[in-house]
Design a binder for this molecule. Structure first.
Ligand SMILES: [Zn+2]
Length: 317
């Protein structure tokens, strides 16, 4: 029987929200789900409910103190609300938690771990995790940029440490630089990280020059055709040389031309093209195994259409 594409999510991912009008909102997931229903793509996917990650697994990518601080912030918020305080606690000017955020953080990372287990067990061909909060800005010890725990970095380390894989790849096509993933994986030669991102842009960090990172900074207004050429020249030879046994995708869709969070010019066909290229690499080296996790994407219609394009390639429908 042909293996299906898994679709991992959890209702707690809807309950985390960061205040009225915040672009990283629960409606993002609803827009994706609506699109899957309308397009009929939902029937081609194997839907699974994510389970919470353990602290021991989160510590594969994060300092214990960072996790304890997040947990403490969440507990503290409950006490403050009971005493008549505000409904959110700010982590940075863009990033806040409510009383459901800790649970959402655990199932978002848990989805990536569960997807890794299922794909490596051969139960699924590949998988997409429709989760929030996103993760790629979360460093080993800091929450920032809408992110608290680095879902993809946790799952990549999990695949290496718990499943004994020797080499994995992380591909980050979010419009923002995955500074958190870079912080966690730079210098870990078991992990090849390939990304492009608008530069200069958020976050304003220095980029590592570690040999296991293939960073492609591109200026605002770069279009899909130029990105495709850069990917063919810069990512693919490195991916083929690395021979990853499993490929993770930090799947942000905010480089879409309709997404005014940033100024790149990608469209749905570009996401389909990138997914095809990644799938070919996975077929050459990784028995087709891909675990993709939602990162950014804030223009709801463009996000939903782009996720559909991504999933159609993953599911081959
Ligand atoms: Zn982003």
């Amino acid at each position: 029987m042909r293996q299906a594409t898994g679709y991992f999510t959890h209702k707690d991912c809807w309950r985390h929200e960061m205040g009225a009008g915040h672009p990283e909102c629960p409606e993002r997931l609803s827009a994706i789900e609506d699109r899957l229903l309308i397009s009929g793509l939902d029937v081609a996917l194997e839907r699974r409910e994510a389970t919470p990650a353990s602290l021991a697994d989160l510590e594969l990518a994060h300092d214990r103190m960072h996790l304890a601080a997040l947990r403490g912030l969440s507990d503290n918020l409950r006490d403050e609300i009971a005493a008549g305080g505000p409904s959110h606690a700010q982590v940075d000017p863009d990033t806040a938690i409510n009383t459901h955020s800790w649970d959402a953080i655990l199932v978002a990372a848990g989805a990536a771990i569960d997807a890794t287990d299922a794909v490596l067990a051969g139960e699924l061909a590949n998988a997409f995790c429709a989760v929030r909060p996103p993760g790629h800005h979360a460093t080993r010890q800091q929450a920032m940029g809408f992110c608290f725990v680095n879902n993809v970095a946790v799952a990549a380390r999990y695949a290496l440490e718990r499943h004994g894989l020797k080499r994995v790849a992380i591909i980050d096509f979010d419009v923002h630089h995955g500074n958190g993933t870079e912080d966690i994986v730079a210098g870990d030669d078991r992990i090849l990280m390939c990304s492009f991102y608008q530069h200069p842009f958020y976050p304003p960090c220095e980029h590592s020059t570690a040999a296991n990172l293939v960073n492609i900074p591109v200026p605002a207004y770069t279009k899909g055709m130029d990105i495709r050429e850069l990917i063919d020249v810069m990512w693919l030879p490195r991916l083929d040389a690395h021979k990853p046994e499993l490929i993770f995708i930090s799947a942000g869709f905010d480089a879409h031309r309709e997404d005014d969070m940033a100024q790149l010019g990608l469209v749905e066909q570009d996401y389909a093209w990138m997914t095809s290229r990644i799938k070919e690499v996975a077929q050459r080296h990784a028995q087709g195994r891909i675990v993709s996790c939602l990162e950014g994407g804030y223009a709801l219609s463009a996000l939903a259409r782009s996720v559909e394009a991504h999933l159609r390639v993953l599911a081959d429908v």
